[in-house]
Ligand binder design. Structure first.
Ligand code: HEC
Ligand code: HEC
Length: 285
């Protein structure tokens, strides 16, 4: 019995190690998503001038045939596993490819989530050019956070975004097992595009805003990103669900430790042959 207890004593240590590994993993993931270089602070990745070039479009069609056609069909008309992207436009293709959401992994009902992009910057440029050539979707927007106003952005953000993404931009759970992701890693262009195209369960809110208001919101999201760890220890910003899980694991570990320490004294007293409390009582008599 006591041997078993000794193992229980190790439990918090094991849990702490697990948390350490998870945090290190999270930090690694953040490094991979690191903001683009100084010369591309808005996160364009692609050269907008190249998107009309027939050679770029042709190279994109080539990539499309191997990586996308199975789900989106020939010419982007849609297939059982994916919607039509004929009128998705450069903005949507750019958002889905630079956030790593495409190529999609999983079934059509699974939420496309942010991951390390599967394609290089040049390949993304080719694919965006090809998708844009298919129909009449919105182009990649011109973003200028400097043209916005932080205070206005804050008001618009709280009224239109905070309900899903939380006041600090940390994200939150939605219905049907989906979630509004943390905005920590979104580049200014991606924030603008998300408002334009309304990915997944997000509404296309942007259509109701002026350009200035859009830039104000982008500026405010950038402001949130600069705040240090909104909502407490960020654990590599892996997101609210895994972070909540870590909180539970640490909580369980701490509780186990507390229970163990409380229980231990009684345990040792029981084993003692010359019972200290009993002797005290005898002396009292
Ligand atoms: C395994 C199937 C699958 C593959 C492969 C795939 N997609 Fe998708 N794609 C989807 C699904 C499902 C959605 C809808 C998901 C969503 O909106 O969250 C989607 C959505 C999109 C959208 C957004 C459509 C819109 O209405 O704005 C674009 C753009 C897109 N995909 C482009 C691509 C490109 C480019 C590739 C190849 C690099 C690709 N996809 C590969 C399944 C796939
Ligand atoms: C109804 C809930 C809802 C509202 C309101 C909403 N979003 Fe979203 N947002 C989502 C969901 C869900 C996704 C993930 C979409 C997907 O599945 O691909 C998302 C994705 C995003 C992303 C992509 C994040 C990333 O790193 O990939 C950005 C940026 C974003 N939203 C910004 C905003 C802004 C700015 C507003 C307010 C103007 C807003 N959202 C309002 C639900 C919402």
């Amino acid at each position: 019995m006591r041997r078993a207890l000794r193992w229980v004593r190790l439990l918090p240590v094991v849990m702490a190690l697990g948390v350490g590994v998870a945090t290190a993993g999270g930090a690694g993931a953040t490094a991979e998503h690191e903001r683009p270089a100084e010369e591309d602070p808005l996160g364009y990745v692609v050269d907008l001038e190249e998107l009309d070039d027939p050679a770029t479009i042709a190279a994109g069609e080539e990539l499309y045939r191997t990586g996308c056609v199975s789900c989106h069909g020939v010419g982007g008309v849609g297939a059982p596993n994916g919607p039509s992207i004929v009128d998705a436009g450069a903005a949507s293709a750019h958002f889905y490819l630079t956030t790593g959401r495409m190529p999609h992994t999983g079934t059509r009902d699974d939420q496309a989530s942010r991951k390390t992009p599967a394609y290089t910057a040049e390949q993304i440029e080719d694919l965006v050019a090809y998708v844009a050539s298919l129909g009449n979707g919105p182009p990649i927007p011109e973003v200028d956070p400097g043209a916005g106003h932080l205070q206005e952005g804050g008001e618009l953000y709280r009224a239109n975004c905070a309900a899903c993404h939380s006041a600090a931009g940390a994200g939150g759970a939605l219905s049907f097992g989906q979630n509004a992701p943390s905005l920590e890693e979104a580049t200014p262009v991606q924030v603008y595009e998300a408002m334009l195209i309304g990915p997944g369960q997000m509404p296309t809110i942007g259509t109701t805003f002026s350009e200035e208001e859009m830039n104000s919101i982008v500026a405010y999201v950038e402001h949130l990103q600069r705040l240090e760890d909104p909502g407490g220890l960020s654990l590599g910003r892996v997101g609210p669900i895994p972070e909540g899980f870590v909180a539970i694991v640490i909580g369980t570990g701490a509780t186990t430790l507390a229970v163990f320490l409380i229980g231990r004294r009684v345990d040792e007293d029981d084993d003692d042959s010359d019972h200290a409390p009993a002797r005290d009582q005898e002396e009292l008599r």
